[in-house]
Design a protein around this ligand. Structure first.
Ligand SMILES: Cc1ncc(COP(=O)(O)O)c(C=O)c1O
Length: 436
């Protein structure tokens, strides 16, 4: 055991950060050693209004003094209010809500509703997607955590992700024309045993390397679903509540889903997820005996946090701010790209942004080891980002999702750190080559 801290913990990922966090506020973390770290992932992409926002603290404190948890058939005021607030934010067709805790849970509910309503069971997901690690979602969790746990859920089918920088069908070069979607559905049709139920997709594929589908993608997907009587499920765990510069991701793609799942960004750091669908689908499922009782369904405390998050996003104009700051971040990263040959691609929407490091822009060979070194160097200099896989499992895409409240000067700080980290890693590499 290399790390004393791992004595009692089950290791659930590549490893633990080389520090212990003492406190968090806004976009900043402070370690027990007194280092300040700029958190460009908003925790696990949840703390969109900044860590420990006073309004969340106040809402949680109030719940601690009134009611934290209830039997699942008992309702409280925050739950009723949050359900109404959510319904008022989305298209009129999405007017029934269930409140749970995690993204996987909200998606599992979406799958259960889709299956019960259609009477079919084949669910189509996109490659490079992340939808959670419960049994159903894990079967469609193709960006990671897929292998080694036995059979996937029967009826799990896939479409190629519209990854324009590395076109999955070697057709486009940098700008997707949706041929992958049509070709993908052709494969789905041939594999289907005649029980096509739903497609589940993220508006921007985040864990898959910040893949932004082209503007026409979801309308075409909607059409393909409608032609087959399939439902469209959108998973807005990361993209909901302002991150893309619109309240929801689907708004900028001109479609409305049949089922919408939201989570991470709704609780602002407190575990909260929700699944929304139409009254017609809800009525049908209820009539068929739909059941999804969990320990924390309709809990008052997370609902109170969710209400505070929506209040802050609306009152502080964070949706528009995310759009503006996202453009600023993208433009600063494009400046860096002009100086560093190793930044092969800069992409994103709103404040969900990624860069992909390559060995050389012509071949686009992914820069795996240098990618990891740049990430480590950024962290050493006080910037935390996520590194995710691009092609062939290479760790060379950086994912940035700072709080929507990030300032331009904090973005400038991050850009300076990335710039210096790339230079330091390249200098160390050429020194190693020079000294053999
Ligand atoms: C798009 C998306 N959906 C669902 C999930 C799963 O959420 P949770 O980890 O809360 O179960 C994630 C987690 O990263 C996600 O990014």
């Amino acid at each position: 055991m290399s790390d004393e801290r791992e004595r009692f913990l089950l290791r659930y990922s590549r490893g633990f950060a080389p520090f212990i966090v003492a406190r968090a506020s806004g976009a900043w973390l402070e370690t027990t050693d007194g280092q300040r770290i700029l958190d460009f992932t908003s925790g696990q992409i949840c703390s969109t209004i900044g860590h420990n926002h006073p309004r969340i603290v106040e809402a949680v404190q109030q719940s601690l003094e009134t009611v934290i948890h209830l039997n699942s058939w008992m309702l409280s005021q925050p739950v009723l209010e949050l359900a109404e607030r959510l319904v008022r934010l989305v298209p009129a067709s999405l007017n029934r809500v269930i409140l749970v805790n995690t993204g996987a849970e909200a998606n599992e509910i979406a799958l259960r509703i889709a299956k019960m309503h259609t009477g079919r069971f084949e669910i189509v997901g996109l490659t490079r997607s992340w939808h959670g690690l419960q049994a159903g979602t894990a079967s469609l969790n193709l960006a990671g955590g897929h292998a080694g746990y036995g059979p996937a859920m029967p009826g799990s089918l896939t479409l190629p992700a519209p990854y324009a920088y590395r076109c999955p069908i070697r057709h486009c070069n940098g700008s997707c024309d949706c041929t992958c979607l049509d070709a993908g559905f052709d494969l789905v049709d041939q594999q289907s045993i005649g029980s096509l139920c739903a497609v589940i997709a993220e508006p921007v594929l985040s864990a898959g390397g910040i893949i932004v589908p082209p503007p026409q993608y979801f309308q075409r997907l909607r059409q393909l679903c409608d032609e087959r009587g399939m439902l469209l499920i959108l998973d807005e765990a990361q993209t909901g509540f302002g991150r893309l510069g619109t309240m929801f991701g689907f708004e900028s793609f001109g479609v409305a889903p049949d089922i919408l799942s939201v989570s991470k960004t709704l609780g602002g750091g407190v575990p909260l997820g929700a699944t929304l669908t139409s009254a017609e689908i809800e009525e049908d499922c209820y009539g068929k005996g739909f059941m999804h009782v969990t320990s924390h369904v309709s809990d008052p405390l997370p609902a109170a946090a969710g209400l505070a998050v929506i209040d802050v996003i609306e009152q502080e104009g964070l949706v528009e701010q995310a759009r503006q700051r996202g453009e600023y971040l993208l433009s600063r990263l494009r400046e860096l790209q002009e100086r560093h040959e190793q930044i092969g691609d800069v992409r994103g929407k709103g404040l969900l942004v990624g860069i992909e490091l390559v060995e050389d822009r012509e071949t686009r060979a992914p820069a795996d080891a240098p990618g990891i070194a740049v990430g480590d160097e950024c962290l050493r200099r006080g910037l935390s980002m996520n590194i995710v896989r691009s092609t062939g499992g290479m760790l060379n895409c950086f994912r940035m999702a700072p709080p929507l409240s990030i300032t331009e000067s904090e973005i400038d700080t991050a850009i300076t750190i990335i710039d210096e980290a790339i230079m330091a890693v390249l200098a160390a590499r050429s020194h190693r080559h020079a000294t053999g």
